[in-house]
Ligand binder design. Sequence first.
Ligand SMILES: NC(=O)c1ccc[n+]([C@@H]2O[C@H](COP(=O)([O-])OP(=O)(O)OC[C@H]3O[C@@H](n4cnc5c(N)ncnc54)[C@H](O)[C@@H]3O)[C@@H](O)[C@H]2O)c1
Length: 333
Amino acid sequence: MKYIYDDLADKNILITGGAGFIGSNLALYFQKHHPQANVCVFDKFRDDTYFPSGNPTSLGHFKNLLEFHGEVIVGDLIKDLDKIKNRDFDYIFHQAAISDTTAMDQKLMLETNFEAFVNLYEIARQRGAMLIYASSAGTYGNSPAPNSLGVGEVPENIYGYSKLQMDVFARKILERDSQTPLIGLRYFNVYGEREFYKGKTASMILQLGLQALEHKKVRLFKHGEQLRDFVYIKDVIQANVKAIEARASGVYNVGAGVARSFNDIVEILKKHLGDFEVEYIDNPYVFYQNHTQADISLSEEFLSYTPRFSLEQGIESYIPEIVRIFETQVRAR
Ligand SMILES: NC(=O)c1ccc[n+]([C@@H]2O[C@H](COP(=O)([O-])OP(=O)(O)OC[C@H]3O[C@@H](n4cnc5c(N)ncnc54)[C@H](O)[C@@H]3O)[C@@H](O)[C@H]2O)c1
């Protein structure tokens, strides 16, 4: 059977947030597997503004794009959408956002994540582009797992709220016209290549791997039993690509479909990196998700999305890159 996404020759693809973790992986995926497609990245990149936590307000980094040969547009979602509004894109993969779940600036979060999305949707509609955008498991807050669409959508932080507002908007559009090509993908905890520049907001898999390599010791919040749906970047790319040919527009969960603990990560890392010590410390966060797990039944049915990587397989595939980052970025410091 032939799928639309098998042949994207001459298609114009825009990836917002293309200098970030997931966006750069998408850009490089299309460049490698669809060399005849025209791939364009739009990103603000990082500047010298920081949240009170010390984290940069935008996390894009040029080094994620060193191997990318397509067009790069430097722009801020909030004020520079004019740069793309008259362009003809066939597919827009909207990854740009304040992805830092600890950021507290409600106004900036909503302007960046929600309002800009509404404006981008209008551009997509006017230009006839399909819009596939990144939502988040943060929309479920601390509701009981497994997390199913439409159930327990009670975010606990402004990040989750901004993503829920995107989904609420998308659902309203689709109520009026279910044919609109609009897909929201609620990613769970994504890990993998090109997340290094997220710094403190990178996945626990990278952070624990680097701690183990550097100190032969890792720190976990007591007692490491918190459960998360960890999903490998290649499965997230798969979900985006398959969204091109979704059987129905709508919002979908993108996870591995199983919940694993931080202790599980430690055990898997030990198999690859050798033994190391684990110190359990108090959790300072008032809000902390204790159990997330994607119900992916609708994603399987309507996107033909099937996660291919268990946590064991994902970490095994990622380990050489974690070791490379340690040797080139951490040890060389
Ligand atoms: N990584 C995860 O585990 C995860 C989980 C759920 C949802 N998401 C969502 O997936 C998307 C991609 O996440 P990521 O992990 O790659 O994060 P990331 O921070 O690495 O990438 C986001 C990109 O958006 C850019 N950006 C930020 N503000 C911008 C603005 N005002 N204008 C233009 N560009 C701007 C940043 O420079 C960065 O390159 C985000 O929407 C995020 O909320 C990620």
